[in-house]
Ligand binder design. Sequence first.
Ligand code: C2E
Ligand code: CA
Ligand code: CA
Length: 272
Amino acid sequence: ADGRACYRVYSADEDSSGRQEHRLSEALVTSLKVAPGEFSVVYQPQYDLATGKVLGLEALLRWHHPELGMVSPARFVPVAEQRGYIHELTERLIACIDADLQQTALKDGKGRRLAINISARQITDNRLESLLEPFFERLRRAHWQPEIEITETHMMNLSRGCLAKLAEYGEKNVIVAIDDFGTGYSSLAYLHRLPVHVLKIDRQFVQRIGQIGDDAGIVSAILAIAEALNLEVVAEGIETEAQKSQLQTLRCHRGQGYLLARPAPIGQLSFD
Ligand code: C2E
Ligand code: CA
Ligand code: CA
């Protein structure tokens, strides 16, 4: 395939990473089908930086495989997308949250938000709507305001159909957030047309503002855009007091990160 006059040496070592990916992929499909107990959900609070009050929770999926151990969603979510199992994954997530809604910590949302991550490519899947609508009803009955987060990298590829669906969610009082904002390719003209309420500043920008020599330019630019378009901003990945206080100086009022709280299972979740 590479043409003539060259050769390649086969090494079993190099092959093993590909084999590992294959193993993970097969394991994920099997687990989604037959081992619902391997999945769980953790919640990370979002705070009002000035008052320290919890404004909402982001639900993050966890997968614990008996042999592979804890696998990060950063690894298994793309695999589920490729294999066409992202819907089944969201079904798992929702089943986990439903179970937790019976527990004291989630019983009454008191009007706070509960955010889930949705893959851009599943937005137009008809099964999603029939899964989310009754779920959002259950959230509302427990006084949670539903929110969906969609990663910005995929936003550019959103078809008219996707945008229309997002707008529908917006009309039904679901908060729509762009995740990892700043890492993708949204143009300003495009952003202006998107049916979106919240921009989540990606942690790579947040973590840079704590460093000497950085003028926090990108973060202030994002805040300016958000103000012009009347959008809320949430800073992700706040790990130090310095980052937190700089964000407040820049007038970013909402944040999430290890400094404030790590994602935790329902039993370890505590807020007033
Ligand atoms: P994300 O939506 O940007 O979620 C934030 C990630 O950053 C989480 O990793 C969280 O644990 C981590 N994080 C939070 N605070 C800090 C901090 O201060 N410092 C650092 N270094 N990291 C922090 P996690 O849980 O591994 O999730 C990774 C990604 O996987 C998520 O990124 C999201 O895109 C995706 N994901 C997670 N759960 C789901 C799900 O249920 N469905 C879909 N479609 N995607 C999901
Ligand atoms: Ca997210
Ligand atoms: Ca993010």
